[in-house]
Design a binder for this molecule. Structure first.
Ligand SMILES: [Zn+2]
Length: 452
């Protein structure tokens, strides 16, 4: 009996230690070839349109494209010859597993953390992912406030093919000095069992290194830090330490910036993305442009459910300054709220995509041309997310992520509000304005929490 137990244990250990025992991720079916006939194909990098193009998709990736590409025998043909085809959209700053409300928490987001569990928030994130994909978002940077790593779980679930969704670039927990963005009571800070782990605390160089490593271990693909949530914040050297440690795990650093001084420290340290940055001066925008930094200024529009005319004007003025100075501006929202007024004209609830795309109101108020807004919501977003080498631009070899709209967003950016077609990783998710889930839901591969 003892011997049998030893053999069984040995077998378990062998298979657990053998990396080949885990099945590699495979597409659900055999490699299919799809030919997409695009009436107009937009390259947002150059702001140009090519007419009557054919895009050949093989499996998950784009094989070739052009006006005279031969359609392989037996290929499935998707006719978008009356549509405009373009890359998927990017929200460079959002929170998928965070929704504070008027009832019961009166928009006090401390309370959301106490009242809503991480599992509930993770399921909400999955629903939000479907809604955003339906609105054409194929990449999102999900930068914190997701409970106990609901964001990295969402990425894993989508990667494993359990559900369709945008490619998620999760930050894991936001790293800050004690309290993070909160001002905890001494009891909260000591006990760490109420509203924690919404933030990961790091006050010293050793703690910074550990916090970055923890987040990377738990699946973060970017590191989000509180540059100046407290008057002491992080120094230039400390931000540089974040950048160096994150780089070991292939991640870049995004800094929440709410003061001019904090912005300067982030610029001097050469951070990849500045989030918010509403206090930055035109001179600081100029420095950002010189360094090729990305700005996610989360420009809240004035709508029936949120914001004010004055706040939108301030946001638009800041955005215009950044654009004029040549900063790599991204489309970013900080969408993390809900209320009873978030209904469409026909009385139906808005999807998460509707208020997200309403941020275009601020871009229009800033007077930014549609061509530059389109570049910000695609190309600049792919680069801020650091995925552009294999995902985003409609190039041969890239993952086949593309959308189609009826109008021409280079002339009228609001054409993006009516996404009729969505393909993600070569699989059609939406066609003729209708979501088709038949090929998008799979039980596997099931790799669990361990990442490949
Ligand atoms: Zn945010």
């Amino acid at each position: 009996m003892l011997k049998r137990i030893i053999i069984a244990t040995a077998l378990v250990i062998t298979s657990a230690a053998d990396p080949t025992a885990q099945p590699a991720a495979q597409p659900a079916g055999p490699s299919t070839i799809t030919a997409i006939r695009a009436g107009r194909l937009i390259d947002p990098e150059t702001g140009t349109v090519a007419v009557n193009q054919i895009v050949i998709v093989e499996g998950e990736r784009i094989r070739e494209l052009g006006p005279n590409v031969a359609v392989p025998a037996g290929a499935r043909v998707i006719d978008l010859s009356k549509m405009t085809v373009l890359p998927g959209l990017v929200d460079a700053h959002t929170h998928m597993a965070m929704t504070y409300k008027e009832v019961p928490e009166n928009n006090v987001y401390y309370l959301t953390y106490v009242l809503d569990s991480t599992p509930l928030r993770a399921i909400q994130a999955a629903s939000n992912a479907l809604q955003l994909l339906s609105s054409g978002f194929t990449v999102i940077r999900d930068v914190g406030n997701n409970g106990n790593y609901a964001d990295t779980a969402l990425r894993a679930a989508i990667e494993q093919g359990w559900m369709p969704g945008p490619t998620v670039i999760p930050s894991g927990l936001i790293i800050g000095g004690t309290g993070g963005q909160f001002t905890p009571t001494p009891e909260m800070a000591k006990q760490h069992n109420l509203v924690y782990p919404e933030y990961l605390e790091a006050n010293t160089p050793d703690e910074i290194v550990k916090a970055v490593r923890d987040n990377l271990l738990f699946g973060a693909k970017t590191i989000k830090i509180c540059v100046d949530c407290k008057p002491w914040g992080y120094s230039v050297d400390e931000i540089k330490l974040f950048i160096a440690e994150a780089a070991k795990g292939g991640a870049k650093v995004d800094g929440h910036v709410q003061t001019r001084d904090g912005g300067q420290r982030a610029i001097d340290a050469g951070i990849h993305v500045i989030s918010h940055g509403q206090q930055l001066t035109p001179e600081q925008h100029e420095q950002m442009a010189k360094k090729g930094m990305y700005l996610a200024s989360t420009d809240t529009p004035f709508t029936a459910y949120r914001g004010s005319a004055e706040a939108q004007k301030r946001a638009a003025d800041q955005l215009r300054s950044a654009w004029q100075k040549g900063v790599n501006i991204t489309f970013s929202t900080d969408m993390d709220y809900w209320n009873e007024r978030m209904k469409k004209d026909n009385g139906q609830w808005m999807s998460r995509g509707d208020p997200t795309l309403n941020f275009l109101l601020t871009w229009k108020a800033a007077g930014i041309p549609a061509k530059d807004t389109l570049k910000a919501i695609t190309i600049n977003g792919f680069k801020a997310a650091d995925v552009q080498a294999e995902r985003g631009p409609i190039n041969a070899g890239n993952y086949a992520d593309l959308i189609a709209v009826a109008g021409n967003p280079l002339e009228d950016i609001d054409a993006l509000r009516d996404v009729q077609f969505v393909m993600k990783n070569g699989t059609v998710f939406k066609k003729d304005g209708v979501i088709t889930l038949d090929h998008s839901l799979n039980p596997g591969p099931v790799n669990g929490w361990r990442r490949r």
